[in-house]
Design a protein around this ligand. Structure first.
Ligand SMILES: NC(=O)c1ccc[n+]([C@@H]2O[C@H](COP(=O)([O-])OP(=O)(O)OC[C@H]3O[C@@H](n4cnc5c(N)ncnc54)[C@H](O)[C@@H]3O)[C@@H](O)[C@H]2O)c1
Length: 190
């Protein structure tokens, strides 16, 4: 049974990915700051034939990532698939909006992904296998105006993923950056 950890799985794309893995009969760790949404995803996962558990995780917290790694190792003894999907969005012009928005979105969308990768790469290296998928966006490749901080984080996730792709090849760890176009979720509500 594949052991899969998905961040941002309480809603939107993360939830859909969890349901897709559930259909393959995977065991899924649903990690999010939205505990209510995580519980709802778990119910749907079980209904779809998978199994799983929920974990409270703020992707910006190194301590929480370390605690989750300890949980995962105790429960599963390793990890097959890590999906760093949690993300938020901003819409701002370079000379408008709050500077704090830059700190906020970089912490979640970019540093949160890098932290997840740093936390679980040693686990995958040890087992000499694994797959990491980082949710970037088309916005990291084809730049739209009035979204500078968002675009920058997604371009950063693509650069991080490509770097890791080359770095981790020798350890039999595959790395992908997912770059979807626009689709309707709760992203504009945070
Ligand atoms: N919706 C789109 O059009 C679109 C397009 C391209 C890429 N994306 C990306 O897809 C990913 C998922 O977004 P979505 O559209 O499903 O949005 P969503 O808001 O429905 O889901 C995002 C999830 O991330 C969680 N989250 C937010 N901050 C967090 C944190 N600090 N720690 C842990 N979890 C946190 C939220 O609670 C939520 O469950 C994001 O990375 C987003 O940038 C979305």
């Amino acid at each position: 049974m594949q052991k899969v950890l998905i961040t941002g799985a309480a809603s939107g794309l993360g939830r859909e990915l969890a349901l897709r893995f559930a259909k393959e009969g995977a065991d899924i760790c649903i990690a999010d700051i939205n505990s209510e949404g995580s519980t709802e995803t778990l119910k749907l996962v079980e209904k779809a034939g998978g199994k799983g558990w929920t974990a409270y995780l703020d992707v910006t917290s190194e301590d929480q990532w370390n605690a989750l790694r300890a949980d995962v190792e105790e429960r599963w003894g390793g990890l097959d698939v890590l999906i760093n999907n949690a993300g938020v969005a901003t819409g701002d012009r370079i000379d408008a909006g709050e500077w704090a928005w830059w700190e906020w979105i970089i912490d979640i969308n970019l540093k949160g992904v890098a932290l997840g990768c740093r936390t679980f790469t040693p686990v995958m290296k040890k087992q000499n296998s694994g797959y990491i998928m980082n949710t970037a966006s088309l916005a990291g490749l084809m730049i739209l105006p009035s979204m500078a901080s968002y675009n920058v984080t997604k371009a950063g996730v693509i650069a991080l993923s490509e770097t890791m792709y080359y770095e981790l090849h020798a350890y039999n760890i595959k790395v992908t950056a997912l770059c979807p176009g626009f689709f309707r979720t709760n992203l504009n509500k945070t």
